[in-house]
Design a protein around this ligand. Structure first.
Ligand code: COA
Length: 379
């Protein structure tokens, strides 16, 4: 590399290849996403989330015996220490659930099962325990902030069904649980996005998994990243009715507003995960009388493609789908964490298997060297 280029900044690291990975492959021009070689839409359709988690963590889809063992270990790890529950009770009631989750994961990092630096294998084993505990943390802190009793996890329910049980005290029909389970598969992994990159940078310093995941949660919270699924719902509520959607979009674009749930750094012609997630949303809309949300979404999608050639991303159908399932809007991004913690863990393990400290350079654009003037002589 010529030395002048070496010190040229690439804003947002756009187009920079940071490392190799075997975890997933985004083929933007074909609008495709593969987890360890498998198309994500096939995984969402044919596999339970637990199988996909095993695939991401251990590299292959499990056979029946491996899945049974994995599920047993996941279900056995769902409990929370009573001291941690006491800590959750003290969180500010108005705090955002993503902040509560970030703090709780940070707390877990001090518990004996999680404390200490990791190698690839220990990170994977801790990742399985985090996958089991994160939904319990989300549901418990949400119920506590509404002064509702915490509902204990059930070890006879799948990962997806148990989350409904812990949050809402009921498990819906199989078709709805399947839609939620499939959405977790779609959210589980996506290459070197901002939160995964954050996790890998933290892991590269030989910090621990809970530290890497806490940092990743903080990165995911932002509305340009995972927080977009909540922002989409707020936007749909603000628009209110399909009749208002067209004029709302026109005004928003005229005032250079970013339309939440549209655009993507990698996918410039559409997001591979959107068709399946939209099917889930449409099924839920039919079941729960949500046609107006689908109509508003259709107007926005057609308008954005026609006017700007900008396509929806996964968060666009996921926001209304989670709303129709009965989850509060500020739980949408924590739900994203429930799934993505598996992808983060796979990346941390991969980083640790062949680690090199991440330490990029800066293009300096500040003042020339100058002498310090004593304070009495400064104007
Ligand atoms: N609404 C309106 N205009 C958008 C847009 C959106 N959602 N996303 C991109 N654009 C426009 C930008 O304003 C820019 O226009 P310009 O060239 O006239 O300035 C152009 O498209 C390129 O966008 P840019 O912001 O440079 O793309 P990026 O790769 O830096 O950003 C996102 C990608 C995801 C951050 C961006 O599309 C966005 O903010 N989307 C909304 C938030 C969201 O849904 N995030 C979830 C991502 S999975």
């Amino acid at each position: 590399m010529a030395s002048a280029d070496r010190f040229k900044a690439k804003k947002g690291l756009e187009g920079v290849v940071f490392d190799t990975t075997e975890v997933s492959h985004v083929v933007a021009e074909k609008k495709s996403l593969y987890y360890r070689g498998y198309p994500v839409h096939e995984l969402a359709e044919q596999c339970e989330f637990e199988e996909v988690a095993f695939l991401l963590l251990y590299g292959e889809l499990p056979n029946a015996g491996e899945l049974e063992d994995f599920s047993k270990r996941e279900r056995a790890s769902r409990g929370l220490d009573s001291k941690l529950l006491e800590v959750l009770q003290r969180f500010p009631a108005k705090g955002h659930p993503m902040d509560a989750l970030r703090t709780a994961v940070s707390y877990l990092g001090m518990e004996p099962d999680f404390a200490g630096a990791d190698n690839s294998q220990s990170a994977t084993e801790k990742g399985l325990m985090l996958m089991a505990k994160i939904p319990v943390l989300i549901a418990a802190s949400q119920r506590l902030r509404h002064d509702q009793p915490v509902i204990a996890p059930r070890d006879d329910l799948s990962f997806a069904a148990n989350f409904f049980h812990m949050c809402l005290g009921r498990v819906p029909e199989a078709e709805v649980v399947k839609a939620f389970d499939g959405s977790l598969t779609l959210y589980a992994e996506h290459g070197f996005n901002a939160s995964t990159f954050t996790a890998r940078v933290i892991a590269s310093t030989l910090s621990d998994l809970c530290g890497a995941v806490s940092g990743a949660i903080a990165a995911l919270k932002g509305s340009l990243h995972g927080g977009a699924n909540e922002a989409v719902m707020a936007m749909l509520v603000e628009i209110g009715s399909p009749e208002r959607a067209e004029s709302w979009l026109e005004e928003a674009l005229a005032t250079k507003k970013k339309i939440m749930g549209f655009g993507h750094r990698i996918y410039r012609h559409g997001d591979s995960r959107v068709p399946r997630m939209s099917q889930y949303r449409d099924m839920l809309a039919e079941r729960y009388n949500g046609q107006s949300l689908v109509e508003i979404s259709r107007v926005l999608e057609e308008g954005m493609v026609a006017r700007k050639k900008i396509y929806p991303n996964l968060d666009f159908p996921a926001g209304p789908a989670y709303h129709l399932m009965g989850f509060e809007t500020d739980l949408f991004t924590p739900i994203f964490v429930m799934a993505r913690v598996v992808g983060w863990t796979a990346h941390v393990a991969e980083q640790l298997s062949d680690n090199r400290l991440v330490r990029p350079l800066a293009e300096y654009v500040g003042s020339e060297p100058r002498a310090v003037v004593p304070i009495a002589e400064r104007g």
